[in-house]
Design a binder for this molecule. Structure first.
Ligand code: CMP
Length: 143
């Protein structure tokens, strides 16, 4: 079963959007296999956003993602990575369609509410960065 890494960013947590976001993923039909409220260290932020380390906004990005608690999750389901990206909407909320999470709740790219893995390989890397195997559950056949 495909898994993806989804994280409500500090702006989303502060704005009490965790429940709304979890509800959207549950109603879509995904299964929650891991979740935790946590504070990201500078080291973890650097690893998570390694591909952006040469971008001019990297420092700002690390400052922001470490500025307050985030809600990290792993969701599983058919085509979880691609479908979740559609639910999130475009990275810049100004381009994200209404009905998507960023389209409905975001305004600017620096505070775009939520992160989602952009490919199956990145999902594997990000899940391993944020969660230990023992923190992820396995559903039985009845569900
Ligand atoms: P995310 O999906 O978490 O992946 C990288 C993040 O970089 C992205 O969401 C944005 O929040 C952030 N980002 C992208 N472009 C900019 C920018 N021009 N200035 C600040 N942050 C940006």
């Amino acid at each position: 079963m495909e898994k993806t890494f989804i994280m409500v960013k500090p702006d989303g947590v502060q704005r009490s959007l965790i429940g709304e976001i979890v509800t959207r993923f549950e109603k879509k039909g995904f299964q929650l296999v891991g979740a935790k409220l946590m504070q990201i260290s500078t080291e973890l932020a650097g690893n998570h956003y390694a591909e952006h380390k040469d971008k001019p906004f990297f420092g700002e990005l690390v400052d922001f993602i470490t500025s307050g608690p985030v809600f990290a999750m792993v969701w599983q389901g058919e085509n979880a990575v691609e479908v979740a990206r559609q639910m999130l909407g475009k990275t810049n909320p100004k381009d994200a369609l209404p009905g998507t999470i960023r389209g409905d709740f975001g305004l600017v790219v620096e505070k775009n509410v939520i992160h989602g893995s952009d490919a199956v390989e990145s999902a594997k890397r990000e899940i391993a960065l944020f969660f230990g195997e023992e923190e992820l559950v396995h559903y039985g056949k009845l569900i």
